[in-house]
Design a protein around this ligand. Structure first.
Ligand code: PMV
Length: 326
């Protein structure tokens, strides 16, 4: 028995940062993302005596394997299956560098949910798979769907909270240029970073207060395909999220010097009439959104900045799907 699924990473235009309920992994704020084509995680499950995990050709034990087993257990219990869950050898490969700051956990857990569902024969449907992926990594719940995707904030105690598609990839040919500013892995992961922000940042409450209106404005701009209207709420969502993180104790400094130079360069481009705006996740890379006619100019401008190691280009892509079963 072998089942293979593919999934793509996603970038939030309106950020998720902070959990309402840690046990259920419910977001405190609504988020809106675009799933990226081109970059792919491919995950194969085959029958085994015990669960095993291979990531990019290297066997992994400990926490990564525990998270994989936990997701397979969730699929099994969600389908109310009796008896012992079949064990799986999970082989997962990314065709993009994990240090590029493109949340590989999102595509990894989305691909695992779909491949696991096929392997276990649980036939849960995309909504329940999104809900299960979201419980393991909130952004993974969004990568189940292609194009533009929303994940609402959770209410305390919510048992069911899937992401939902807003518009397919063809809706809007946005382009994303990632300015890679370091090859190293980030120091503080997003779960630890957002929990520290929640517990210690005097600005966390202000962030949670401001985020829903920003997500609504991002949504309206995406629906209307209005780039000019997208710029302000996308940049404010990222900056307000980082402001809350910077004010934590100890403060979370995800940026390096080049990050700031890229932000300034994006604003210079925009002042010169180029459609471009930035977003930043829990790391030092900058993701620049633009339109097809300006992608070349944005890529050139980013590549020429001292400190930018390279750029990666992406555009909206499809959701997680099974590509081989049998
Ligand atoms: O889903 P997680 O736990 O990897 O957190 C993602 C957090 C951000 O990437 C910073 C924002 C987002 O909405 O993707």
């Amino acid at each position: 028995m072998s089942h293979v699924a593919v999934a793509h990473p996603n970038i939030a235009l309106a950020k998720y940062w902070g959990k309402r309920d840690r046990g259920r992994n419910l977001p405190a704020v609504p988020s809106l993302s675009v799933t990226l084509g081109g970059m792919t995680t491919t995950t194969r499950l085959t029958t085994a005596d015990v669960d095993a995990l291979w990531l990019d050709g290297t066997e992994r034990a400990g926490r990564p394997l525990e998270r994989v087993s936990a997701m397979l257990d969730l699929l099994w219990s969600e389908a109310a299956r009796a008896g012992a869950r079949p064990r799986a050898c999970v082989e997962s490969r990314n065709d993009f560098p994990t240090a590029a700051g493109l949340a590989s956990s999102a595509s990894a857990f989305a691909a695992l949910a779909v491949a696991g569902d096929g392997f276990l024969g649980t036939a849960l449907g995309v909504e329940r798979l999104s809900c299960i992926a979201r419980r393991v990594s909130a952004s993974a719940g969004r990568s189940l769907f292609g194009g533009f995707v929303e994940l609402p904030a959770g209410a305390p105690g919510d048992a069911h909270l899937p992401a939902a598609p807003l518009a397919p990839p063809e809706h809007w040919d946005l382009r994303l240029v990632v300015a890679v500013t370091t090859e190293g892995a980030k120091d503080v992961g997003s779960t630890e970073g957002m929990n520290r922000t929640t517990e210690t940042s005097p600005f966390y409450a202000a962030w949670v207060d401001a985020a829903p209106a920003l997500a609504r404005r991002v949504r309206e701009a995406v629906v209307a395909r209005d780039f000019e209207a997208l710029v302000a709420p996308v940049e404010q969502s990222a900056l307000a999220m980082h402001a809350s993180a910077i004010a934590a104790d100890p403060g979370l400094l995800y940026w390096n010097g080049t990050t700031v130079e890229v932000l300034r360069a994006v604003r210079r481009l925009r002042a010169g009439g180029v459609p471009a705006c930035f977003t930043i996740d829990a790391g030092p890379h900058v993701k620049v959104l633009t339109l097809p006619e300006a992608e070349g100019e944005v890529t050139r401008a980013m590549s020429e900045l001292p400190g930018v190691l390279r750029t990666i280009s992406a555009r909206p892509g499809g959701g997680a799907r099974l590509v081989e079963a049998g």
